[in-house]
Design a protein around this ligand. Structure first.
Ligand SMILES: Nc1ncnc2c1ncn2[C@@H]1O[C@H](COP(=O)(O)OP(=O)(O)O)[C@@H](O)[C@H]1O
Ligand SMILES: [Mg+2]
Length: 207
């Protein structure tokens, strides 16, 4: 049964590619994330809509975390599932983050699937991060503000700014220029990874 399901899913993935829908997977896709994805695809096979995916996430015991202008974000079994609508910039950012997965200031993205090309609707599975606000740390808040000035403002990273942050700033801004994207200047788009104490740029573009 399990093998049949996998075969069916591979077929679905192949069909999705034919329809021009992209599927990006990290080479180290955690088994848990793959299982969640398989279940979601299985539950929404006949109706891959935003509502159906939200219901499928809830049916899997997903906990609603937060929403932004474009997304609804859930936690399922330790994996963040983000549903995004009509955000042209987000898939470009996901690709950038996956290409630079060795840079800890990008989020670890396990899987990104375009569900509906025309409606610009995407599903992303990624690591859980925390809001700087929830940490109540003034140092982190100041570091977030400083990174936000480099990413979204005119402040240039100085030579003391660590190399990995300078790279993120340069890469995010270069991609913005290449794809004519806008920057989403909200500091909430910079989050925190408690495991290594890094600031993580999560959502720098507006479509
Ligand atoms: N990886 C994550 N872990 C935990 N919460 C997240 C994560 N990504 C996003 N969130 C929460 O969901 C909100 C909306 O996500 P965001 O990526 O900014 O999407 P958008 O702005 O496109 O709606 C964020 O402000 C944050 O509170
Ligand atoms: Mg946002």
């Amino acid at each position: 049964m399990r093998e049949a399901l996998y075969f069916h899913l591979q077929e679905q993935d192949a069909l999705a590619r034919l329809r021009g829908e992209s599927l990006l997977q990290s080479p180290e896709l955690p088994a848990k994330a793959r299982d969640i994805y398989n279940q979601l695809v299985h539950l929404t096979l006949h109706e891959p809509s935003f509502l159906a995916l939200r219901q499928a996430l809830e049916a899997q015991g997903g906990i609603y975390l937060d929403s932004g202008a474009f997304s609804d974000v859930y936690l399922v079994d330790g994996v963040v599932c983000k549903l995004t609508r009509t955000d042209r910039g987000y898939p470009h950012f996901v690709r950038l983050a996956m290409e630079h997965a060795d840079n800890p200031h990008y989020p670890r993205i396990y899987l990104h699937r375009t569900i509906d090309v025309a409606k610009g609707f995407h599903l992303t599975l990624m690591e859980p991060l925390v809001s700087i606000k929830s940490t109540r740390s003034e140092d982190l808040f100041n570091a977030q503000w400083s990174l936000s000035q480099m990413l979204f403002g005119y402040k240039k990273p100085d030579s003391a700014t660590i190399r990995e942050i300078r790279q993120v700033v340069a890469q995010v801004r270069a991609l913005r220029d290449a794809k004519s994207l806008g920057l989403d200047t909200q500091t909430a788009n910079i989050m925190y990874r408690p495991a290594d104490g890094r600031l993580v740029v999560t959502d720098p573009y507006v479509g």
